[in-house]
Ligand binder design. Structure first.
Ligand code: HEC
Ligand code: HEC
Ligand code: HEC
Ligand code: HEC
Ligand code: HEC
Ligand code: HEC
Ligand code: HEC
Ligand code: HEC
Ligand code: HEC
Ligand code: HEC
Ligand code: HEC
Ligand code: HEC
Length: 311
C-alpha cells in the first residue's frame, strides 16, 4: 500500500465512523422521543377536545400495513347507479329513449370490462339481440343492427335503403292499398311521407292546402284514407264548407233553400263521394203508383233536390 492510498482509507474510515455516530445519536433521540410520547399519552387519558398526539411515524405505518383487516369483507356487486356514474351518456340514453330496454345493464352485459384489443374480442363480448328476442321479424330480418343501430335506444330506427326495402314486409296493407286503389299517392314513395325516422308521419298539410281556411288536420283522414285518398267515405258530420271548395253553386243553393232539405246534410244524402241517393231511400211511398207511372222521375215535378220548390 502506498502513502496516497493509506491516507485515503484513513479519511474514509474517519468519515464513516463520524456518520455512523451521528446516525446512532439521531436514532436514539428519535426512539427516546417516541417513548416519551407513548408515556405522555398513557399518562393523560384522552378526553374530548384533547389534541391527539401525532402518530409515531415509522412504527405505526408498519403496524397498520400488518393489520390486514382491510380485505376482511365481501365486495358488493356494482349497481346500476355505479355503472351510470361512469357511463353517464349510456345511462341517459337508456333513460330517455330506452323504452323496454330500461332494465339493469347487467341483464344484457353479463360480461363487461373484458375488451382486449389483442384478442379482438369486442363482438364476442357484446350482448346478442337474438338471445332474448329470437327472430321476431322472421328469417329474412336476421341482421338486427342493420336497422336497430342503437342497442340503448332500440326503437330509434334511422331511415336507410335497407329499411325502405323492407317496409312492405312488415306493413302489407299500405302497400297493397296504394296498389289496389290507384291514385297519385301510388306514385309517391313510402319514404316521402314517412321520412327520417321509422314511424314518423308527415302531416297532409305539409304537402297540401286545406279545403277551407283553418280546416283542422284531424278532418282530412275522416274522408281520405292516406293510402287510398280517392276512396272517399263522408262521415255524417262532414261540413258543407269542404264541399264548397269545389261545389260552391250547390252549396249556395242548399244554404239558401226554404225547403226542409236545407236541414239535411250533404253527407246524409251523399255518404260517399260521387254517390247519389234515390229519393225512395227516405220517402218510400210518397204518391200512388198510378201517378208516378206517368213520370220519368221525382224531379220532373220537384225540380231541384237541393232547393225544392215549396209552398
Ligand atoms: C337490452 C340490452 C342492453 C342493456 C340494457 C344495456 N346495454 Fe350496453 N350494449 C348493448 C349492446 C347490444 C351493445 C353493443 C352495441 C354495438 O356494438 O353497437 C352495447 C354496448 C355498450 C357499450 C360499448 C359500446 C359503446 O357505446 O361505448 C357500453 C359502454 C355499454 N353498452 C354500457 C351500458 C350501460 C352502462 C348500460 C346500463 C346503463 C347498458 N349498456 C345497458 C346492450 C345493452
Ligand atoms: C369506474 C368507472 C366505471 C364503472 C363503475 C363502470 N365502467 Fe364500464 N367502462 C369504463 C371505462 C373507462 C371503459 C372503457 C372505455 C369505454 O368504453 O367507455 C368501460 C367500458 C365498458 C364496456 C365496453 C368494453 C368492455 O370491455 O366491455 C362495457 C360494456 C361497460 N363498460 C359496461 C359497464 C357496466 C355494465 C357497468 C356497471 C355494472 C360499468 N361498465 C361500470 C368505466 C367504468
Ligand atoms: C337481456 C335480454 C335482451 C337483450 C340482449 C336485448 N333485448 Fe330488446 N328487449 C328486452 C326486454 C326485456 C324488452 C321489453 C319487453 C317488452 O316490452 O315486451 C325489450 C324490448 C325491445 C324492443 C321494443 C322496445 C320498446 O320500447 O317497446 C326492441 C325494438 C328491442 N328490444 C330490440 C332489441 C335489439 C335490436 C337488441 C340487440 C341490439 C335487443 N333488443 C337486445 C330484452 C333484451
Ligand atoms: C329491416 C329492418 C329491421 C331489422 C333487420 C330488424 N328489425 Fe326489429 N324492428 C324494426 C322496426 C321498424 C320495428 C318497429 C319499431 C317500432 O315499433 O317503432 C322493429 C321492432 C322490433 C321489436 C319490437 C317488438 C315488435 O315486433 O314490435 C323487437 C323486439 C325487434 N324489432 C327485435 C329485432 C331483432 C332481435 C332483430 C334481429 C334478429 C331485428 N329486430 C331486426 C326493424 C328491423
Ligand atoms: C321489421 C318490421 C318493420 C319494418 C321493416 C318497418 N316497420 Fe313500420 N312498424 C313496425 C312495427 C312493429 C310498428 C308498430 C306498430 C304499432 O304500433 O301498431 C311500426 C310502425 C310504423 C308506423 C307508425 C304507425 C303509427 O300508428 O304511429 C309507420 C308510419 C311505419 N311503421 C312506417 C314504416 C315505413 C314507411 C317503413 C319502411 C321505410 C317501415 N315502417 C318499416 C314494423 C316495421
Ligand atoms: C302520400 C303520403 C303517404 C305515402 C306515400 C305513404 N303513407 Fe303511410 N301514412 C301516411 C299518413 C298521412 C298516415 C297517417 C294516417 C292516419 O292517421 O290515419 C300513414 C300511416 C301509415 C301507417 C300506420 C297506419 C296504418 O295504416 O297501418 C303505416 C304502417 C304506413 N303509413 C306505412 C306506409 C308504407 C309501408 C308506405 C309505402 C308502401 C306508405 N305508408 C306510404 C301517408 C303516406
Ligand atoms: C309528402 C307529400 C304528401 C303528403 C304528406 C300527402 N300528400 Fe297527397 N299528394 C302528394 C302528391 C305529390 C300528389 C300528386 C299531386 C299532383 O300530381 O298534383 C298528391 C295527391 C293527393 C290527392 C289527389 C289524388 C289523385 O290521384 O288525384 C289527394 C286527395 C291527396 N293527395 C290527399 C292527401 C291527404 C288527405 C294527405 C294526408 C292524409 C296527403 N295527401 C298527404 C303528396 C303528399
Ligand atoms: C268532407 C270530406 C273531406 C275532407 C274532410 C277533406 N277532403 Fe280533401 N277532398 C275531398 C273530396 C270529395 C275531394 C275530391 C276528390 C276527387 O277529385 O275525386 C278532395 C280532394 C282533395 C285533394 C285533391 C286535390 C284537389 O284539390 O282537387 C287534396 C290534395 C285534398 N283533398 C286534401 C285534403 C286535406 C289536406 C284535407 C284536410 C285539411 C282534406 N282534404 C279534407 C273531401 C274531403
Ligand atoms: C276538391 C274538389 C271537390 C270537393 C272538395 C268535393 N267534390 Fe264532389 N266532385 C268533385 C269532382 C271533380 C266531381 C266530378 C264530377 C264533376 O265534374 O262535377 C265531383 C262530383 C260530385 C258529385 C256528383 C256525382 C254525379 O253523379 O254527378 C257529388 C254528388 C259530389 N261531388 C258530392 C260532394 C260532396 C257532398 C262534397 C262534400 C262532402 C264534395 N263533393 C266535395 C270535386 C270535389
Ligand atoms: C236530400 C238529399 C240531398 C242533399 C241534402 C244533398 N244532395 Fe246533392 N244530390 C242529391 C241527389 C238526389 C242528387 C242527384 C240529382 C239529379 O239526379 O239531378 C244530387 C246531386 C248532387 C251533385 C251533382 C249534380 C249537381 O247538382 O251538381 C252535387 C255536386 C251535389 N249533389 C252536391 C251536394 C252538396 C255539396 C250538398 C250539401 C251542400 C248536397 N249535395 C246535399 C241529394 C242531396
Ligand atoms: C237522406 C234522406 C232523404 C233523401 C234521399 C231525400 N229526402 Fe226529401 N226529405 C228528407 C227529409 C228529412 C225531409 C223533411 C221532411 C221529413 O222529415 O219527411 C224531406 C222532405 C222532402 C219534401 C218536402 C219538402 C219540404 O220542404 O218539407 C219533398 C218534396 C222531398 N223531400 C222530396 C224529395 C225528393 C224528390 C228526393 C229525391 C230527389 C228526396 N226528397 C230525397 C230526406 C230525404
Ligand atoms: C207529378 C208531379 C210529382 C211527381 C212525379 C212526384 N211528386 Fe212528390 N209531390 C208533388 C206535389 C204536387 C206535392 C205536394 C203535395 C202537397 O203539398 O200536398 C208532392 C209532395 C211530396 C212530398 C211531401 C209530402 C208531404 O207530406 O209533405 C214528398 C216527400 C214527395 N212529394 C216525394 C216525391 C218522390 C220521392 C217522388 C218520386 C218517387 C215524387 N214526389 C214524385 C208532385 C209530384
Amino acid at each position: 500500500m502506498d502513502g496516497k492510498r493509506r491516507r485515503a482509507l484513513l479519511y474514509f474510515t474517519l468519515a464513516f465512523s463520524l456518520l455512523a455516530g451521528w446516525i446512532m445519536t439521531a436514532c436514539t433521540a428519535a426512539a427516546e422521543r417516541d417513548r416519551a410520547m407513548v408515556a405522555l399519552a398513557a399518562e393523560q387519558p384522552a378526553s374530548a377536545g384533547d389534541r391527539i398526539a401525532p402518530a409515531p411515524v415509522t412504527a405505526n405505518r408498519v403496524a397498520q400495513a400488518q393489520k390486514g383487516d382491510l380485505y376482511d369483507f365481501e365486495p358488493e356487486p356494482l349497481t346500476l347507479a355505479d355503472c351510470a356514474r361512469c357511463h353517464i351518456r349510456h345511462f341517459e340514453q337508456i333513460r330517455n329513449e330506452g323504452g323496454g330496454h330500461r332494465i339493469d345493464c347487467r341483464q344484457c352485459h353479463e360480461v363487461f370490462h373484458a375488451y382486449n384489443p389483442r384478442r379482438n374480442n369486442y363482438d364476442e363480448l357484446m350482448p346478442r339481440c337474438t338471445d332474448c328476442h329470437g327472430l321476431p321479424h322472421g328469417e329474412t330480418q336476421s341482421a338486427c343492427f342493420d336497422c336497430h343501430d342503437q342497442a340503448h335506444a332500440p326503437k330509434k330506427i334511422p331511415f336507410s335503403e335497407r329499411l325502405v326495402s323492407a317496409c312492405a314486409d312488415c306493413h302489407q296493407s299500405p302497400a297493397s292499398e296504394l296498389k289496389q286503389y290507384s291514385s297519385k299517392h301510388s306514385g309517391v314513395g313510402c319514404q316521402a311521407c314517412h321520412p327520417q325516422n321509422h314511424g314518423r308521419i308527415l302531416s297532409c298539410l305539409q304537402c297540401h292546402g286545406p279545403h277551407y281556411d283553418a280546416q283542422p288536420l284531424a278532418e282530412c283522414t275522416q274522408c281520405h284514407g292516406a293510402h287510398k285518398p280517392l276512396e272517399l267515405d263522408f262521415p255524417a258530420n262532414a261540413t258543407a264548407k269542404t264541399c264548397n271548395d269545389c261545389h260552391s253553386q250547390v252549396v249556395t243553393l242548399w244554404t239558401g233553400t226554404p225547403s226542409r232539405h236545407g236541414e239535411v246534410s250533404c253527407a246524409q244524402c251523399h255518404a260517399r263521394h260521387l254517390v247519389v241517393p234515390s229519393c225512395t231511400e227516405c220517402h218510400p211511398q210518397p204518391h200512388s203508383e198510378g201517378m208516378l207511372a206517368k213520370f220519368s222521375g221525382c224531379l220532373d215535378c220537384h225540380i231541384d233536390v237541393h232547393d225544392l220548390p215549396v209552398r
